[in-house]
Write a protein that binds this ligand. Structure first.
Ligand SMILES: NC(=O)c1ccc[n+]([C@@H]2O[C@H](COP(=O)([O-])OP(=O)(O)OC[C@H]3O[C@@H](n4cnc5c(N)ncnc54)[C@H](OP(=O)(O)O)[C@@H]3O)[C@@H](O)[C@H]2O)c1
Length: 256
């Protein structure tokens, strides 16, 4: 349960090695979160160990890694149930896993595109529904789903990724609406271009930011009780305009 001042005390991160999610979690620990569970493909990976050490150094008292594969939808209810049974209630679950891929490669390898879609959308559907069941049962808690501005309007050069995020964003909003009255909530986070492992070597898009800046925006929006958090916040305005451009114009401005 959140503490008397409303601070999150426990967080479960699905895709626990995500640089964006780790930056958010570090700030939550600074704000008195004490239990962090990182759900990752390989709980023994050095990336997870480094993230766990950094969280402990900031003040987290329980930091554990559990096995989680977004592509193994049939395992999600079991993994989520076991994790809640082992660690108790979670105030916040962050769904952060995802793959970007390469549109050119997807064009030549439809099966690879399907794996990306299964990771970003199908895996998020099964794991989020399993989390929602637990949050409903505990009567409190937030599921934070990281989508992307890429889902607001698909671009020719990354429409597989963009469409998975569009689907995920719609799913998360619908799930949030279905939870009204249960005590549980869903928060959608829509980052723009973020400098992380995912975008390494790519030309930054306008309003590109570090994961630290994105995490600051997420914590600020979360503190204000926002249901949708644009990160950085200026993107709400930018995409409010871009989503209404005529297709022919959108094709030109979105070409990179
Ligand atoms: N970076 C950006 O510009 C940007 C912009 C908008 C939205 N986003 C979204 O933000 C989220 C976090 O991205 P990030 O930038 O922090 O990238 P990241 O550091 O590469 O994190 C993505 C994480 O997803 C995990 N993952 C991939 N496939 C998985 C699977 N099958 N099962 C479990 N975990 C899996 C990876 O785990 P491993 O460590 O095992 O590889 C990785 O830790 C993603 O959903 C991404 O789409 C990113």
């Amino acid at each position: 349960m959140r503490d008397a001042l409303g601070a999150v005390q426990s967080v479960l991160v699905l895709g626990g090695n995500s640089e964006i999610a780790i930056a958010i979690t570090e700030r939550l620990v600074d704000l008195r979160c004490r239990t962090v569970v990182l759900a990752v493909r390989d709980p023994l990976s050095p990336v997870t160990a480094t993230a766990a050490d950094a969280l402990r150094a900031r003040g987290a008292t329980t930091v554990e890694a559990v096995g989680f594969d977004a592509l193994a939808s049939e395992s999600h209810s079991g993994v989520i149930d076991e994790t809640f049974a082992r660690f108790g209630d979670f105030d916040l679950v962050i769904s952060a896993f995802g793959v970007l891929g390469d549109q050119e490669m997807f064009n030549n390898d439809p099966a690879a595109a399907a794996i990306a879609a299964s990771t970003n959308f199908v895996g998020a559907v099964s794991s989020s529904l399993a989390v929602a069941t637990r949050l409903r049962a505990q009567g409190h808690g937030v599921l934070m789903v990281i989508t992307s501005v890429a889902g607001v309007r698909a671009r020719a050069d990354n429409f597989v990724y963009g469409s998975t995020k569009a689907g995920l964003d719609a799913f998360a909003q619908g799930l949030g609406d279905s939870l009204v009255g249960s005590g549980a909530r869903v928060v959608v986070v829509r980052p723009g271009f973020v400098h992380t492992r995912m975008t390494e070597g790519m030309k930054p898009a306008p309003f590109a930011a570090t994961s630290d800046k994105i995490a600051d925006a997420v914590i600020a929006g979360f503190g204000k009780g926002r249901e949708i958090i644009w990160a950085p916040p200026i993107l709400a305005l930018v995409f409010g305009l871009l989503r209404h451009l005529p297709r022919s114009l959108w094709r030109k401005v979105s070409a990179r």
